[in-house]
Design a protein around this ligand. Structure first.
Ligand SMILES: C[S@@+](CC[C@H](N)C(=O)[O-])C[C@H]1O[C@@H](n2cnc3c(N)ncnc32)[C@H](O)[C@@H]1O
Length: 481
């Protein structure tokens, strides 16, 4: 029998009343009176639940919910700030909660982090920070949960950030690295890696971690041959960068740079000034003989390929670009449209491109990214010390292959966005020793950049150069004897 009850008499048709609004199942959403905080909270949730990237989730949410202006700026500050400071916030929340953090429901932990960040690291009045967070929780998880969050946040208000650090951080006399790590919201192992790279556990380390813990400016790179840095600065309201001949700095929070006309028209890309300097340095080294065939061995998503491709075009040459991940290779193709670039998808270690066939080769190797933590809010809490060893194996193999692909007398730039010594000087010293490559005085090819002291390598730092902590070493394949 048909499930429709055909035996029922049909009812006379009546004018239909508008249906009452349908109630959602499950906990009610808060009324969206506070779109900025709700967007920040939803971002923290996506980071925790789906391993999402805050700087991909939030801009999408802001667009979908049409959040703009001051609300967008507040959402950005709260989402990225809370993600960046997570370890410090958790230490304080843990000290103020009668439950172990591992027993606190994830949704409540997100809200507590959002509230604690406002209390410890913004000028939002304490009563507003507490009340707005409690309202979000009451709307989402009910009044019992709201009571718990209220109690924890009220305890946090009893001291400011400095007092909490005094109470919770390791003793600076016996564990200076542990102390400065918590005070600047970094995991200890990362602070330790920075200390080793800086050769200091004192003021330089504190300055490096503090710079890494602040909101970065947006850097743009003008496409060589299309527009000058001065013109790009005038078009975007930015400032010409201090070191890169193509760089422009924009204030952070000035909206989505992707909406700027020069970016839409492919006259410029978003690219950290340190990355620009490393790509340009490769082209600054004199080479004898031919100089037409350049190679970018790890090209996705294509920032440096755009720079190198545009410079190759001006030089009458070409660029080959290799990328393992097909979707990232596609990004390289899109970013470099109109430039003399051939994109190859595959493992650079096994590429069939001709050995000895290139005059200049860039190895912008996959790395921990510890040098760009300020641009990736949650990354410092996600990365693990165990990530380092497999990357160093890959880095060593890629640099070794690059030194085969470059012709005798040609030059290779080894670049990583990390100051971790195992990924930087450790790789270069080892591969140079095994291959006989000549290590050049890399800083010579970073003209005008101060505070470079290593005789072979360049390590940039946010606190010294305003760039990501990029590392670059230039090597030459010996001419055949
Ligand atoms: C640090 S990123 C390169 C960034 C790029 N040069 C830019 O400026 O936009 C490293 C890239 O190497 C790619 N990769 C990883 N292993 C690779 C391999 N064995 N061969 C080629 N590319 C690889 C990654 O997918 C990633 O896109």
């Amino acid at each position: 029998m048909n499930g429709n009850s055909s035996s029922r008499p049909s009812r006379p048709s009546r004018p239909r009343k508008p249906a009452p609004p349908r109630r959602r199942m499950g906990p009610e959403r808060p009324p969206v009176e506070d779109p900025a905080r709700l967007a920040a909270l939803d971002t923290l949730r996506a980071v925790r639940q789906r391993d999402a990237y805050a700087n991909l989730v939030l801009p999408k949410l802001l667009r979908e919910r049409r959040i703009t202006g001051r609300d967008a700026a507040l959402a950005t500050e709260l989402a990225y700030g809370s993600a960046r400071a997570q370890g410090l916030l958790d230490a304080v929340i843990g000290a103020c909660s009668d439950r172990a953090l591992s027993d606190v429901d994830g949704l409540l932990l997100d809200a507590l982090r959002l509230g604690a960040y406002q209390l410890l690291r913004t000028r939002i009045p304490a009563h507003a920070a507490v009340a707005s967070t409690v309202d979000l929780v009451r709307g989402g998880q009910g009044s019992g949960a709201a009571g718990f969050v209220n109690a924890v946040l009220r305890r946090i208000t009893q001291q400011d950030e400095a007092a909490w650090i005094d109470e919770l951080a390791p003793d600076p006399d016996t564990d200076p690295i542990g102390h400065v790590a918590l005070a600047n919201a970094h995991p200890r192992w990362i602070a330790q890696a920075f200390a080793e790279a800086l050769g200091s556990r004192d003021e330089p380390l504190r300055e490096a971690l503090a710079a890494d813990d602040s909101r970065p400016e947006v850097h743009l790179a003008a496409r060589p041959g299309e527009v000058s840095a001065e013109e790009l600065a005038a078009m975007t309201g930015g400032e010409v960068a201090p070191y890169s001949p193509y760089g422009v700095h924009l204030e952070s929070g000035a909206g989505d740079p992707g909406d700027l006309d020069p970016l839409r028209e492919h006259l410029a890309v978003v690219q950290d000034e340190g990355s620009q300097l490393c790509a340009v340095a490769l082209t600054n080294v004199p080479v004898e003989g031919s100089d037409e065939r350049w190679l970018d061995l790890c090209a996705g998503p294509g920032g440096k390929a755009v720079m190198l491709g545009a410079l190759a075009a001006l030089n009458g040459g070409t660029l080959d670009a290799v990328e393992l991940a097909p979707h990232r290779a596609e990004l390289v193709r899109k970013a470099t449209k109109g430039l003399p670039i051939t994109v190859h998808v595959g493992d650079a270690r096994e590429t069939e491109l001709p050995e000895g066939g290139f005059d200049r080769v860039l190895v912008d190797a996959p790395c921990t990214g510890l040098g760009a933590l300020r641009r990736r809010p949650e990354a410092r809490w996600r990365r693990q010390p165990s990530d380092v060893a497999p990357l160093t194996r890959l880095q060593r193999e890629l640099l070794t292959k690059a030194l085969k692909l470059v012709r005798p007398g040609g030059v290779v730039a080894y670049v990583v966005c990390s100051p971790h010594l195992s990924e930087t000087v450790g790789i270069v010293a080892d591969v140079a020793r095994r291959t006989g490559a000549e290590r050049l005085d890399t800083k010579e090819f970073f003209p005008g950049v101060p505070n470079l002291t290593d005789p072979h390598n360049v390590q940039l730092w946010p606190h010294l150069h305003g760039t990501d902590a990029m590392f670059c070493a230039l090597l030459r394949r010996p001419a055949e004897g």
